[in-house]
Design a protein around this ligand. Structure first.
Ligand code: NDP
Ligand code: 8X3
Length: 252
C-alpha cells in the first residue's frame, strides 16, 4: 500500500521543520517547502531512511510559482492527505503610526495570501477524494491583539477566520480543518521579527520556559492520528508561564 503524503510549508526551520520530522516518523512521505534549499537538504538527513522526500523551493508570495510548482506535482506526490500551512512570520514590532509598509506587505502576503495560494492548489484533490486534513498554524496573536502587534495580529486573525471558513465550506467533503494557535515558541521567529537582532530576539524567551517547536509537532501528531469522526478544530497552546498574549510570568 502506498504511504500517505504530508505537505508542510515553512519546513526549513522551527515548527515546520519539527513537524516534518514528526510526520515522517509517523510514516508519512514528506513534501517540505521553504525558500532556503540548503536547509531542506539538511532536513532530509533528519528523516528516517524509508521516507520519500520531495523538497520544493519557492516563496509562498509568488502566486504563479506556487500554482506552477504545486500544480504540477509528479503523480506519486499528488494525493496529499495532510497539508500543514505553517510558513509565516512577523516583521517588526512597531506602533501603527510608524510601522513600515514593506513589513505590512510581507506579513499579509506571506501569512494570509501565501496560505491561500497553497490551499487553492491542494484543496481540489482533497474535495475530489473526499478526504484530507488541513492544519493552519495561527497564533495567540490571532485570538488577541497586543501593543505594536497590529498588522501581525491582523494577519493571524485573518488566518483564524479563514480556517473557520475552510472548515464550513469543506465540511460536506469530510475534510478536517484544524487551527493551531501557539503562544511563545522559541524558533527563528523573533530573529526574523527583529531583523537579525539576536540579542533582542533572545530576550523574548528569557526568564521563563517557552514552548519548543517539537511541542507543536507533538500536537500535530495527536490531531492527525485521531479517528475519522474526531476533529480538534481549534487549539490554543501556551507555555505554562504564559496566561495571555501579554501576560508571561518571568522568574526575574
Ligand atoms: P521560523 O522563522 O523558525 O520558521 C518560519 C518558516 O516559514 C521557515 O521555514 C521559513 O522558510 C518559512 N517562510 C517564511 N517566509 C516565507 C516565504 N515568503 N515563503 C516561503 N516560506 C517562508 O518561525 P516559526 O517556526 O516560529 O513559525 C512558523 C509559524 O508559526 C508561522 O506561521 C508563525 O507565525 C507561527 N507562530 C509562531 C510562534 C512563535 O512564537 N514562534 C507562535 C505562534 C505562531 P524560509 O525562510 O526558508 O523561506
Ligand atoms: C507568535 C507569538 O506572541 O509573538 O505568533 O505573537 S507572538
Amino acid at each position: 500500500m502506498e504511504k500517505k503524503i504530508a505537505l508542510i510549508t515553512g519546513a526549513t526551520s522551527g515548527i515546520g521543520r519539527a513537524t516534518a520530522i514528526k510526520l515522517a516518523q509517523m510514516g508519512f512521505d514528506i513534501i517540505a517547502t521553504g525558500r532556503r534549499a540548503e536547509r531542506l537538504g539538511l532536513l532530509k538527513e533528519e528523516l528516517p531512511e524509508n521516507v520519500d522526500f520531495l523538497p520544493l523551493t519557492f516563496d509562498v508570495r509568488d502566486r504563479d510559482k506556487v500554482m506552477e510548482i504545486l500544480g504540477s506535482l509528479p503523480k506519486k506526490w499528488s494525493n496529499i492527505s495532510v497539508l500543514v500551512n505553517n510558513a509565516g512570520n512577523a516583521h517588526g514590532l512597531d506602533p501603527i503610526q510608524t510601522g513600515s509598509l514593506d513589513d505590512w506587505d510581507a506579513m499579509m502576503d506571506i501569512n494570509v495570501k501565501g496560505l491561500l495560494y497553497v490551499s487553492k492548489v491542494i484543496i481540489p484533490g482533497m474535495t475530489e477524494r473526499k478526504s484530507g486534513i488541513i492544519i493552519n498554524i495561527g497564533s495567540i496573536a490571532g485570538k488577541e491583539v497586543y501593543p505594536n502587534g497590529n498588522v501581525y495580529c491582523g494577519s493571524k486573525h485573518a488566518v483564524d477566520a479563514i480556517t473557520d471558513g475552510m472548515r464550513i465550506d469543506l465540511n460536506p467533503f469530510g475534510i478536517k480543518v484544524i487551527g493551531i494557535h501557539p503562544g511563545l515558541v522559541e524558533t527563528e521567529f523573533s530573529q526574523v521579527r527583529f531583523k537579525g537582532d539576536e540579542e533582542r530576539a533572545e530576550k523574548v524567551y528569557q526568564g521563563f520556559e517557552p514552548l519548543l517547536a517539537e511541542d507543536i509537532a507533538e500536537i500535530i501528531e495527536f490531531v492527525v492520528s485521531r479517528p475519522r469522526h474526531v476533529v480538534l478544530a481549534d487549539i490554543v497552546v501556551l507555555p505554562t508561564a504564559q496566561a495571555s498574549a501579554t501576560l508571561v510570568k518571568k522568574s526575574a
